[in-house]
Design a binder for this molecule. Structure first.
Ligand SMILES: CC(C)(COP(=O)(O)OP(=O)(O)OC[C@H]1O[C@@H](n2cnc3c(N)ncnc32)[C@H](O)[C@@H]1OP(=O)(O)O)[C@@H](O)C(=O)NCCC(=O)NCCS
Length: 183
């Protein structure tokens, strides 16, 4: 598999079509459209990392958005991760884990580096993240709700972090204010 790392602004129409096909297969529903490879309701990402298979077809993908979030210990630069998907025909073959190894390299060095990776997910996939280098944390979070894009919501959702430029021991306690839409 070839690892592709790209700024959102560098993607062309053919990239969006190919990534959208992968994302719509993994996330059936209205979040992605054929020519729109980003979700309608969630935060727009700054960059993508994907694994390209035969002929360059994307088979595993994540979006990444760096943001200074608020914590009781001060601001922390996180790379919010979302739109994590492996093509249905390839699921269960280790590509999700390979994608996370590619993320590690990006988090530590280069233009996408951040103090921590940050992801929130459904309980049904928290086990996948826990198996691929993420550590579950108990911080409550505050963010703009995806339902209407304006109401601020606070809650305790499955949240996992992974080290980037800082060690896990430095992850703060307390409320994490995402200061915008979640990823
Ligand atoms: C979740 C998803 C990305 C996992 O990708 P994958 O390529 O199938 O995962 P891998 O084969 O690399 O599995 C890595 C490890 O996670 C485990 N795992 C995978 N999915 C899991 C799940 N839903 N729950 C618990 N563990 C899981 C695997 O058993 C494997 O464990 P091992 O190291 O003990 O062998 C993929 O199933 C997917 O795209 N699902 C649909 C979209 C989705 O829900 N994305 C997440 C949104 S937050």
């Amino acid at each position: 598999m070839r690892v592709v790392t790209a700024w959102e602004t560098a993607l062309g129409p053919a990239d969006h079509l190919a990534l959208s096909a992968l994302l719509r297969a993994a996330f059936p529903g209205p979040e992605f459209a054929p020519d729109r490879s980003w979700p309608a309701s969630w935060a727009r990402k700054q960059a993508r990392i994907w694994l390209a298979g035969d002929g360059g077809t994307p088979v595993a993908h994540l979006g990444l958005d760096r943001r200074l979030v608020g914590t009781p210990a001060g601001e922390v630069l996180v790379a919010g991760i979302g739109d994590v998907a492996v093509a249905p025909g390839h699921q269960g073959t280790g590509l999700g884990a390979e994608l996370m190894r590619a993320l590690d390299a990006a988090l530590r060095d280069g233009p996408f580096a951040a103090d921590f990776g940050f992801v929130q997910c459904r309980e049904a996939v928290a086990g996948f993240y826990a198996r691929t280098g993420w550590t579950r944390v108990t911080n409550p979070t505050r963010h703009v709700g995806v339902r209407d894009g304006r109401t601020v919501v606070e809650g305790q959702e499955p949240t996992l972090v992974r080290p980037g430029r800082r060690s896990l021991a430095e992850w703060p306690d307390g409320l994490i204010d995402l200061r915008g839409l979640p990823w």
